[in-house]
Design a protein around this ligand. Structure first.
Ligand code: PDD
Length: 272
């Protein structure tokens, strides 16, 4: 199911100009919203983050937040998708010719509803990388070349993703937030400008009746390496355990991670 610039259209024939700023400059923002039992999970939170990304980038959507809400619900109903994801992208629009100048233009707006594969508990292997992305990791920008290169570097080293840090302070992975378990305390880095304020991260921080205490604080790389368990969170992956970071191997039975994963999945099914 695809909606582009005001109308539902055939995904096979839908097209965008090569002069679109998203194509030429990566000049756009996006959201990925999970769908469970045919309902979006935490749609309002995703729309609030989308509004923040638009505001920060001065991209002016043609739709207000309630109109986005109605459109997404309509697209989802038309798709009939039960378990999937909604992808929303807004670029600054189509320029007349390639120029760094930012003239007034009409944004290019896209909604796609697609099936997705169930969250897996297959553990991730990570490589430590300096976080050389820009200083506004809190903006969910379509400019993902740094994240892509970091993922490529992790793959070249035989691992699945990059665990990033700035000067020894842990930030996040290329498409997920990171948590570390120390006994009965679970720590995740604070939501500042260096990381995406993940919706899954905030859902996990809001879980109640766990055997652990969840807290946000600065986490050093050295501390992370001494954790009992490490896991990552994202809309695509849910809670996913980490098997190794460089040479540090974490135990394969990760009871706290499994407890939090089960609580998240329960909430995703119940809250929709
Ligand atoms: N990525 N950090 C980064 C850099 C991300 O790209 C993502 C999500 C997250 C987790 O955010 P959330 O819990 O809201 O999904 C953290 C999405 C899923 C993507 O780019 O496809």
């Amino acid at each position: 199911m695809l909606w582009l610039n005001g109308q539902f259209c055939d995904p096979e024939t839908a097209s965008v100009s090569v002069f679109d700023r998203g194509f030429m400059f990566g000049d756009g923002v996006y959201e990925v919203i999970p769908v469970r039992a045919g309902q979006p999970f935490r749609l309002e939170a995703h729309l609030v983050r989308l509004a923040a990304s638009l505001e920060a980038t001065r991209i002016r959507s043609t739709l207000a937040q309630d109109a986005w809400h109605a459109l997404i619900m309509d697209a989802l109903a038309r798709s009939g998708e039960i378990y999937g994801q909604i992808y929303v992208q807004i670029t600054r629009g189509v320029a007349e010719h390639r120029s760094h100048d930012v003239e007034e233009m009409t944004p290019t707006e896209l909604v796609m509803v697609q099936p997705s594969t169930p969250h897996t508990l297959e553990p991730l292997t990570l490589t430590v990388c300096e976080d050389y992305r820009w200083l506004r990791g809190d903006i969910k920008s379509t400019s993902l070349i740094a994240a892509t290169l970091l993922r490529v570097q992790a793959r070249e080293r035989g691992t699945m993703d990059a665990l990033m840090h700035r000067g020894g302070i842990v930030t996040e992975c290329t498409s997920s937030n990171v948590f570390a378990v120390f006994g009965d305390t679970v720590v995740t880095p604070p939501a500042n400008q260096h990381i995406l304020h993940g919706i899954t991260r905030s859902t996990v921080l809001g879980l109640r009746d766990l055997t652990v205490t969840l807290t946000e604080r600065t986490l050093t790389l050295a501390e992370l390496m001494s954790a009992d368990e490490v896991f990552v969170t994202s809309s695509n992956q849910g809670v996913r355990p980490v098997a190794s970071i460089d040479d540090r191997v974490f135990r394969t039975t990760a009871p706290r991670t499994l407890e939090i994963s089960a609580a998240l999945e329960g909430q995703m099914t119940a809250q929709t």
